[in-house]
Design a protein. Structure first.
Length: 402
């Protein structure tokens, strides 16, 4: 299912060069199933035309409060009735000031005052305008009034300066809009998780690793963030972008992952061990590249020693986080997964068949807990991750840990 299917969004545009980015945003929102009604201030039409926005949204664009296309002449009322949200992007300094003081002197500001749905704004302005004390007071007032601020970001600006005030990119705004509509079942929680593979050095150029792509772990990190949690992800090397809003720390070896997890574990409400952690590491790592033919013509000899058991160690912490483990098996999933859950001493273990899901975009998760075995339907990894987060939230103690 599309993430924004059946969502109706009123998209307000105010004057600013960032208007050009909204063309891409509207395309992305509609691709996710949203119905977009665009409302522009007169200033916005100097940067991009209503014709362009109508072509992209496939719906009439509104600029005038007295638009005769609205039978009752109440566009400021009708446009937000039945809408799921109003998004103002770009939101100028002037428009933020209007919202903070309840001014309503054009169609867009009036419908914001008269709305019956959530309001989100994406500020876009010069760095000095953003840092101005009046703008900061207005931003704080908007948040206090229950309005959601998306950004701004920091970076190069159209004026040639660099700093805070730049509007988020279309893909960031899309991610934030999708997250906004997800149930906040983990609000106020801190989720710590591992993702991806670990790599154990053999010599300065070679490593022993595994085929984990990190897709499942990164999807779970995103789903947890969408559910309202503060998310810390300890990840091995992957080719994936860190999900928006997730704090990520990159590591290579199992010992590095262990140290990073233990440094944050007591601050977490939930620990999810998704990473494919190497069970062993090379004990006699060579200081130099091992040549193809070693002296004497023999094969190189590697000695192994066990890596720390991260999940079991976190599970043993007094007053530690609620733990979820993963088991990727190639046979006898139920037998091996339940045995692992009991051995680690954790309340929930998630199992799957590695040869079916590695490198794939879909997965089949099976949950093992004290009540038995619960198979979840096959789904894209993000959908499966959202379902898993809902299952975890339903099992968590009601109160966050102190």
């Amino acid at each position: 299912m599309l993430d924004l299917a059946r969502k109706r969004i009123v998209l307000g545009m105010t004057g600013g060069i960032a208007c050009y980015k909204i063309a891409e945003l509207v395309r992305r929102l509609t691709e996710q199933g949203a119905v977009i009604d665009v409302v522009m201030t007169e200033a916005a039409t100097h940067f991009i035309t209503p014709v362009t926005m109508q072509a992209l949204s496939g719906r009439p664009v509104f600029v005038d409060a007295w638009d005769p296309r609205v039978p009752n002449n109440m566009a400021h009322i009708d446009l937000t009735r039945g809408a799921d949200a109003v998004l103002i992007a770009p939101a100028s300094t002037d428009f933020m000031a209007k919202l903070a003081h309840g001014l309503a002197d054009d169609l867009l500001s009036t419908l914001c005052v008269a709305r019956a749905c959530p309001l989100l704004i994406a500020p876009a302005m010069n760095r000095e305008m953003w840092s101005n004390p009046a703008t900061q007071r207005n931003a704080a007032q908007l948040v206090a009034d229950g309005i959601t601020l998306l950004g701004p970001a920091s970076g190069e600006q159209a004026c040639g300066e660099t700093g805070s005030g730049r509007m988020l990119e279309p893909h960031e705004l899309l991610a934030d809009m999708i997250a906004f509509f997800q149930p906040k079942v983990l609000a106020g929680r801190h989720v710590l998780l591992t993702a991806g593979p670990t790599s154990e050095p053999v010599d300065p150029v070679r490593v022993l690793t595994n085929r984990s792509s990190g897709k499942t772990g990164y999807a779970i990190a995103r789903a947890a963030r969408e559910a309202g949690a503060r998310v810390t992800m300890i990840s091995g090397a992957t080719a994936l972008a860190v999900p928006r809003g997730v704090t990520a720390l990159q590591v290579m070896t199992a010992r590095q992952m262990h140290d990073a997890v233990m440094a944050s574990a007591m601050d977490a409400d939930v620990f999810i061990g998704v990473a494919a952690v190497a069970d062993w590491r090379v004990k006699n790592v060579s200081d130099h590249k091992i040549k193809k033919t070693s002296e004497g013509g023999g094969q190189p000899q590697m000695e192994f020693e066990p890596n720390p058991d991260i999940l079991a160690e976190v599970a043993r912490l007094p007053n530690g986080p609620w733990c979820v483990g993963f088991a990727a098996e190639t046979e006898k999933l139920a037998e091996h997964a339940e045995a692992k859950r009991l051995r680690k001493g954790i309340p929930l273990l998630v199992g799957n068949l590695a040869h079916k899901v590695m490198d794939a975009d879909t997965t089949e998760l099976v949950l093992f807990d004290e009540q038995g075995v619960h198979a979840l339907p096959a789904a894209p990894k993000l959908d499966a991750a959202r379902r898993l987060i809902a299952e975890i939230a339903a099992r968590l103690p009601r109160q966050s840990r102190p």
